[in-house]
Ligand binder design. Structure first.
Ligand code: PLP
Length: 287
């Protein structure tokens, strides 16, 4: 089936969906985005992603292009038109089109809105999670506002490429103190010797992952302690378990970091339980 994309009010064949060459998203990465997991044709953590989009737009002083409800309707309609059962929905909002000049254009142009959706093979994702994935470490070379979900992702792209070339799934980014910030496109977690979860606090320079936030709540509901505190690469290598979270990966166990096995090198019981818990919650609350 041919894919459909939404661009500024129109649903178009994917190959014909275009934006202007002077769009500020293209020229300056002056744009924000969101990604929802789609399960059974419905959006997971729908409100959380929408709330983060609102914050990203407001931090960059880009106006809401449509009402929240209208925007969500477009995302859902794009999922429907692409007949996605399980997959990802992507929304990008740029500051719009203007003659190329660094300062914000005045008057503000109409923001550009693009929505796409793609199918994922949930069975293959499950198989990957059953086996676990590996990560490598890379220096965190990003800017100081990683809490804003901008499309300015070049350091993330380079780190992810390094991971792929090393045969790993993800790169964990390491700050100047040797502490893990997060993955190139995922949040980073460990299970410590006491069985408590550790993930870096969001006061630091990381993305406030929606999967992360939901999982913290779910873990606490079943009396698993969560410490929002940084951990070092060394602590991660000697942790009982390690895992990552993202809309694109849910909760995925990590079996090795820089070639060093985590625990016995197999997905641990806490991570497996959390993945099941998250997926169950996500499915029941999708809409
Ligand atoms: N960290 C980074 C840098 C990301 O790009 C992402 C997702 O794209 C995440 C964390 C996970 O966030 P979420 O759980 O909202 O998908």
């Amino acid at each position: 089936m041919s894919r459909v994309a939404y661009v500024n009010g129109r649903y178009l064949p994917h190959g014909e969906a275009m934006v202007h060459i002077e769009d500020r998203g293209f020229q300056f990465a002056d744009a924000v985005y969101e990604v929802w997991a789609v399960l059974d044709g419905r959006l997971t953590d729908a409100e959380g992603h929408l709330a983060r989009l609102e914050r990203s737009l407001s931090e960059l002083r880009i106006g809401w292009p449509r009402s929240r409800a209208a925007l969500l309707t477009v995302v859902r309609e794009t999922v429907r038109r692409n007949r996605i059962r399980d997959g990802l929905a992507y929304l990008q909002v740029t500051r719009g089109v203007a003659r190329r000049d660094h300062p914000f254009p005045s008057p503000a142009p109409q923001p550009t809105v693009v929505v796409t959706a793609k199918a994922l093979d949930l069975g293959a994702m499950e198989a990957k999670a059953d086996k676990g994935v590996t990560v490598i470490s890379q220096p965190d070379q990003r800017w100081g506002r990683c809490d804003i979900k901008t499309v300015s992702l070049l350091p993330n792209v380079l780190a992810k490429q390094a991971a792929r070339e090393a045969g790993a799934y993800e790169a964990w980014l390491i700050d100047q103190d040797g502490l893990v910030t997060e993955g190139a496109s995922t949040n980073a977690w460990i299970v410590d010797a006491n069985g408590a979860l550790r993930t870096r606090d969001t006061g630091a320079n990381i993305l406030r992952g929606i999967t992360r936030a939901t999982l913290i709540e779910l873990a606490r509901e079943i009396q698993i302690r969560v410490d929002e505190r940084p951990f070092s690469l060394e602590e991660a290598k000697t942790a009982r378990e390690a895992f990552l979270t993202a809309a694109s990966a849910f909760v995925t166990p990590i079996t090795a970091i820089d070639g060093v096995l985590v625990g016995d090198g197999r997905p641990g019981p806490v991570t497996r339980r959390l993945r099941a818990l998250y997926l169950d919650h996500a499915r029941r609350n999708a809409w």
